[in-house]
Design a protein around this ligand. Structure first.
Ligand code: C5P
Length: 238
């Protein structure tokens, strides 16, 4: 069953408290990103965990393996459920992150890699000295991620079917996590997202976790919006 993760794209702990209060039982998994973590630090992770929620800590780590290993150990200590690295940090960095997470045993955070940021296009690839096309680069980094023991990738809902086909066989029996932002219920405002899919479409294509922000946080009735998305996800599943 795919999971709904609500993006806490808010600036402060007080705004988080208000969001948790408004959404109540309708949401049990939240994403904390760089803006909120830079403002409030590990305290905000503890606050969301103490409210009984699961946390996706999206810091996109990219550094030498030893530093990433130590950072993941600290993240695991916070009881985080999912966390992100950049696959372009390379095989040794991915293995270091996966190894550090595994030390946490049953409470290990899942290590999810970003392949190529969706803000980059083919011209940026050329500037970076990468000769292959975007789709091939994304798939190569996905293979590097799974081949070195990480748990999954972040990808657009438009890529998720192809990435399932490429990565699930590589993982053998291990489940692969596919986190997809850019999800919009039919009729919702698209905002600045360029490549969107409906919740049902993303789940049918193999997404395991959907990250949704504005369609819930900016809805007139956020609880109803979250429930409607979960119902749509459930209807597409299994
Ligand atoms: O408001 P919206 O549903 O567009 O929020 C999506 C969330 O997913 C935001 O926190 C955004 O930063 C994140 N995200 C994204 N696209 C990516 C990676 C992350 O929208 N490629």
């Amino acid at each position: 069953m795919a999971e709904l993760i609500v993006a806490l794209d808010v600036p402060s702990k007080s705004a988080v408290a208000e969001t948790l209060r408004r959404l109540g039982d309708a949401v049990d998994f939240y994403k904390i990103g760089l803006e909120l973590f830079s403002a409030e630090g590990p305290d905000v992770v503890r606050m969301v965990k103490d409210a009984g929620k699961r946390v996706f800590l999206d810091l996109k780590l990219h550094d030498i393996p030893r530093t990433v290993e130590r950072a993941v150990r600290s993240i695991a200590g916070l009881g985080v459920d999912l966390t992100t690295i950049h696959a372009s940090g390379g095989a040794a960095m991915i293995r270091a992150a996966a190894g550090a997470a595994a030390e946490a045993g049953a409470n290990a955070p899942k290590i999810i890699a970003v392949t190529m940021l969706t803000s980059l296009d083919e011209a940026d690839l050329a500037d970076l000295g990468i000769g292959r096309a975007m789709a091939a680069q994304v798939e190569a980094l996905g293979r590097l991620t799974i081949g070195n023991g990480a748990d999954g990738i972040v990808c657009s809902p438009k890529e998720v079917a192809a990435m399932n086909r490429a990565l699930v066989p590589l993982a053998e029996e291990r489940p692969v996590v596919f986190v997809t932002p850019g999800v919009r219920p039919a009729g919702a405002a698209v905002g600045d997202q360029k490549r969107v899919a409906t919740p049902a479409g993303a789940v049918r294509d193999g997404a395991t976790h959907l990250v949704v922000g504005r369609p819930i946080l900016e809805a007139a009735d956020p609880v109803a919006a979250a429930r409607a998305i979960r119902a749509e996800m459930a209807s597409a599943c299994c």
